[in-house]
Design a protein around this ligand. Structure first.
Ligand code: FAD
Ligand code: 2HG
Ligand code: ZN
Length: 480
């Protein structure tokens, strides 16, 4: 992809303007008039070490008013921007791949209000997810989203990507829990829809457009969100199973028997757990190894009731040989350790170099066969092996079984064109044939932007372009 030549190059005059606008020195990392190589570095990289940015200017506004002034000026002067939250995204959407100005939300990180009766939290977009959840924890509540990047991702970034995470099964999508949004359009207009109401059927629900828009129509500055009660009783179990058919049976039983207390049902294949083990060297949860593993979490309000339910469920699935072996965490340390085998997968996979990531949604019965087919293709091409000559370490599948969301990951020693040629468009075509989604929860970003047609019809893409044009007529259709 080429830089859009309609956009202006940044000059000293622009930088001086931003300096007068934002006031303090700490609000600007300036590589235009000064050497800021080290400071600017983190804003030009990404978590996967896959994308490289070339920004020379990072702006850190401290208020909605400042975001509005910055965007208006950039719009008037044809300066391209990219919003950046915690920069934990997995599709390259937050990286200034040309020379865009990074609008970092990191200084807008206050918790604005919390209503303990309704559970409504209002936060700035730059608030880190774990910080908000910690705050809620002290008040008996929980953030309705949890994911491995919680220590760095921002709530604004979560909403902009419509992140799914580990407990969507229980708490639903952000499209349901976000009650209001304040955002700034490219021309500086402040969209003041920071409602705290659960119900509001007065016209179009425009805030939904910003949820999952990945910053393409504006920058989210504040979010109001409904947060559930934190459960007193949390149990985590970890199982070994002999086949993907048994995994499906276990999921059906878990839904039936654990019903309202089931809060997560995660899937990991043997290959994913082997790689975690090779990196962490931690003691495995089960004595033997199995082709598949599941992690089940329950959360409820009554310890005795929950334990009884879980025990009955365990007895049943073991007796029917749906599950071959299992372990239940006995304390919070063990809960964390078991979750580590699931949450640690993305990080451990990156250990050898790079990972090709596919975040897919397809009907649950076919979910795993794509992993097997992909592994066979990579193996047949002679690309998978133990030594340096082979680019691929392994092909693994894991993910949010409860949401029919598979993460097909190909762990590699280096990003390699030959590997890529086998994976794409094969994976996208496979998904498209089954009317699935090529991006279930991570978004399009730069990685998937050209593949949207595999999951959306021409009509849907045309409607999206019309919305983009409406809110951002200057950079217009080029972003989609
Ligand atoms: P960034 O990466 O900074 O930005 C993401 C996108 O949103 C970019 O396009 C950016 O321009 C835009 N953006 C950021 N802030 C704003 C804003 N305020 N207004 C408008 N646009 C904005 N994702 C899941 O869905 N589920 C998971 O389980 C999950 N687990 C992960 C585990 C790990 C270890 C890692 C590294 C990532 C994981 N992710 C997961 C992906 C990622 O964490 C999420 O996409 C997260 O929501 C991104 O938030 P962020 O603040 O880091 O956003
Ligand atoms: C997860 O569920 C994340 O762990 C990351 O969504 C998935 O790295 C991936 O492919
Ligand atoms: Zn995920």
């Amino acid at each position: 992809i080429k830089r859009d030549s309609r956009f202006a190059e940044i000059t000293e005059e622009h930088v001086n303007h931003f300096r007068s606008l934002l006031g303090t020195e700490s609000a600007i990392i300036d590589g235009v008039t000064r050497d800021a190589t080290d400071d600017i570095e983190p804003f030009n990289g990404d978590w996967m070490r896959k994308y490289r940015g070339h920004t020379k200017l990072v702006l850190k506004p401290a208020s909605t008013e400042e975001v509005s002034q910055v965007l208006k000026y950039c719009n008037d002067n044809m300066l391209a921007v990219v919003p950046q939250g915690g920069n934990s995204g997995l599709v390259g959407g937050s990286v200034p791949v040309f020379d865009e100005i990074v609008i970092s939300m990191s200084r807008m990180n206050q918790i604005r209000s919390f209503d303990e009766v309704s559970g409504t939290l209002v936060v700035d977009a730059g608030c880190i997810l774990e910080v908000a959840d910690g705050y809620l924890g002290e008040r008996g509540h929980i953030f309705p989203l949890d994911l491995g990047a919680k220590g760095s991702c921002h709530i604004g970034g979560n909403v902009a990507t419509n992140a799914g995470g580990l407990r969507l099964l229980r708490y639903g999508s952000l499209h349901g829990s976000v009650l209001g949004i304040e955002a700034v359009l490219p021309d500086g207009t402040v969209v003041d829809d920071l409602s705290k109401l659960r119900k509001n059927n007065t016209g179009y629900d425009l805030k939904q457009l910003f949820i999952g828009a990945e910053g393409t129509i504006g920058i989210i500055t504040k979010v109001s969100i409904i947060c559930p009660q934190r459960s007193k009783a949390i149990n985590v179990a970890f199982f070994g199973l002999e086949s993907y058919e048994k995994v499906q049976e276990a999921f059906r039983e878990a839904k039936g028997q654990l019903s309202e207390i089931l809060s997560a049902f995660e899937l990991m294949d043997r290959q994913s757990q082997d790689l975690v083990h090779r990196v962490t060297k931690n003691k495995r949860p089960l004595e033997s190894e199995y082709p598949f593993y599941c992690l089940i979490e329950t959360s409820g309000s009554n310890t005795e009731h929950d334990s009884e339910k879980l025990e009955k469920f365990l007895e049943y699935v073991m007796e029917k040989e749906i599950v071959l072996d299992g372990v239940v965490a006995q304390d919070t340390t063990q809960v964390k350790a078991l979750w580590g085998w699931r949450e640690g997968v993305p990080e451990c996979l990156g250990h050898w170099g790079g990972t090709y990531k596919y975040d897919l949604s397809i009907p649950i019965s076919e979910l795993y066969s794509l992993v097997e087919e992909t592994r066979a293709k990579i193996t047949d091409a002679g690309l998978l092996g133990e030594d340096e000559e082979h680019p691929v370490v392994d092909v693994v599948g894991y993910g949010h079984m409860g949401d029919s969301n598979l993460h097909l990951n190909v762990a590699t020693r280096r990003y390699d064109k030959e590997v890529e040629k086998i994976l794409e468009p094969f994976v996208y075509e496979w998904i498209s044939k089954r009317s699935g989604s090529i991006s279930a929860e991570h978004g399009l970003g730069l990685a998937k932007k050209n593949y949207i047609g595999y999951s959306r019809s021409d009509t849907m893409i045309r409607l999206m372009k019309q919305i983009k044009d409406l809110y951002d007529p200057v950079s217009g259709i080029h972003l989609l």
